[in-house]
Design a protein around this ligand. Structure first.
Ligand code: NAD
Length: 488
């Protein structure tokens, strides 16, 4: 992201009260294609005035929307789903251009987003409460799930179409109204998805989109009319959002950063596991909260996997994600690339052995590229084993026993995801039972829960108790009201 330098490109507006409107702010950022460095658009850094207009519109729309029968609310989601399917390739291409991930990855990103519509259209059944006759003599009790009002949704850069969809469908299907702030680094796929949403017949104010950065996030956490905040991003910001929102009396779910260890046992299936392990780290250029970038080889697993892994990693094709056959696109920005270069320098300084140096081998003369980078002989105390890299850098650690591998996971403050590769049910069971990260793969490289399960980690990777989508999504966006009735 660089300061805005050109007026030739489209300037994005906010979507407030059923209209696209310009910001009242004078600050803008360029949205840059990380593969070509081309400026794609200008995104406003909106201000408190813009946010307040959106929140007031959402608040005005709430009563009418909550009284709309749930099945009718869901008709909007069916329409949106159909439009998103119709424009699927177009949106995936936008995602690749703004983010850098390959077209195949962008398709997966959008698909996983749309999946949430498939779940949320079940709200007339899923939102039902509970009832019991005769809780006392002649007294009946009903517990309703009810929408609460205006919710805020704040997204990170790494899954531009998907992450907002972890929240929007559930929030509005349950009868709430929302204000979304997409990541200012990748606002374009959401912009297009919302142009389609606009065609679905929602009353004005039910959904609002305000572009911006920190000022909007803080404003959302403090605004008196916002009832709850759904956030996804790095852990320091997740913690800030959780603490600020709850201090202001709101519900909050804040999904944070990650450092994911994958344990490879000597009995793991070599042939079937190599591609999966390589993709877990280098897929989406390592910019996944579920990236398995830190491998812990147990016992003889290292000797068994080293050669085949190296061969496969060396064959990764780097380039613009729109081109056929490309497996590894750029990272999101120059500043991200610089940050990762810093981590690489310090890993070398701390004594990690560099087997592949992606700073040299990517073959691109423009864009924020880093080829596959690989460190061997990494120890748990090194920065490269402790910090989230969020780039195509893999670190190899070695231990003698599964217990030692579990101890490494246990000592780390984050707990988003982990996986084990093994052909032993006993090892798998021991691992699943003891490892704390709450999204876990057994011979699965990216253990991303489907939309009908809950998504979210443990320890410092998650602030709050209700996770994203699945049943938790519905729980988060509804209050329980108990009515106890006696008729004389
Ligand atoms: P980020 O924390 O920099 O930004 C996330 C959002 O917060 C953005 O909308 C941004 O505008 C806003 N923001 C940034 N700095 C802020 C500040 N100081 N005060 C208030 N708001 C601020 O995260 P990112 O770089 O966009 O995304 C990558 C991070 O997100 C990684 O750490 C990744 O692990 C995490 N992530 C987690 C999950 C999960 O499910 N746990 C999923 C996706 C991404």
């Amino acid at each position: 992201m660089t300061p805005a330098t050109t007026t030739q490109v489209r300037t994005l507006g906010n979507y407030i009260d059923g209209n696209w409107v310009p910001t009242t702010s004078t600050e803008f950022l360029d949205v840059v294609n990380p593969a070509t460095e081309e400026v794609l658009a200008r995104v406003p850094l909106s201000n408190a005035h813009d946010l307040d207009a959106a929140v007031q519109a959402a608040n005005r729309a709430f009563q009418g929307w909550r009284q709309t029968p749930p099945a009718e609310r869901c008709k909007v989601l069916f329409k949106w789903k159909n439009l998103l399917e119709e424009h699927f390739e177009e949106i995936a291409r936008i995602c690749t251009q703004e983010h850098g991930k390959t077209l195949a990855e962008a398709r997966g990103d959008l698909r996983r987003g749309i999946d949430n519509l498939d779940v949320a259209v079940g709200i007339p059944s899923l939102m039902q409460g509970e009832a019991l006759e005769d809780v006392g003599r002649g007294i009946d009790c009903v517990s309703y799930r009810r929408p609460m009002g205006v919710f805020a949704v704040i997204a990170p850069f790494n899954f531009p179409p998907m992450v907002p969809m972890w929240f929007i469908p559930y929030a509005i299907a349950t009868g709430n109204t929302i204000v979304l702030k997409p990541s200012e680094q990748v606002p374009l796929s959401q912009q297009r998805m919302w142009e389609l949403l606009e065609q679905c017949g929602l009353p004005p104010g039910v959904v609002n989109l305000v572009h911006g950065g920190r000022e909007i996030v803080t404003g959302m956490c403090e605004h008196p009319l916002i009832k709850g905040v759904s956030f996804v991003g790095s852990s320091p910001v997740a913690q800030y959002v959780y603490e600020t929102a709850t201090k202001h009396g709101k519900r909050a779910q804040a999904l944070g950063g990650a450092k994911n260890f994958i344990v490879v046992m000597p009995d793991a299936d070599l042939e079937k596991s190599v591609d999966i392990l390589v993709e877990s780290c280098y897929g989406c250029a390592g910019q996944r909260c579920l990236a398995g970038a830190t491998l812990v080889f147990v016992g003889d697993a290292y000797e068994k996997f080293k050669g085949p892994m190296l061969d496969r990693i060396k064959r990764i094709k780097v380039g613009n994600g729109l081109e056929d056959g490309v497996e590894l696109g750029p990272v999101i920005s120059k500043s991200s690339l610089d940050r990762i270069h810093g981590l690489i320098e310090r890993a070398i300084g701390e004594g990690a052995e560099m087997l592949l140096d992606g700073r040299q081998n990517h073959g691109q003369d423009k864009g924020y590229f880093l080829g596959p980078t690989l460190f061997d002989n990494v120890t748990p105390d090194m920065e490269i084993a402790r910090e989230e890299v969020f780039g195509p850098v893999m670190a190899w650690l070695k231990v003698e026993t599964l217990e030692q591998a579990l101890a490494i996971l246990d000592a780390h403050p984050y707990g988003n995801t982990t996986s084990i590769f093994t052909s032993s049910g006993k090892h798998a069971r021991t691992f699943a039972y003891h490892a704390e990260p709450s999204m876990m793969g057994i011979n699965v490289g990216v253990a991303a829960p489907m939309s009908y399960f809950n998504f979210g980690g443990a320890k410092g990777s998650m602030f709050g108790d209700l996770k994203a989508h699945g049943k938790h999504g519905i729980e988060f966006y509804t209050d329980r009201k108990v009515v106890i009735t006696r008729w004389f």
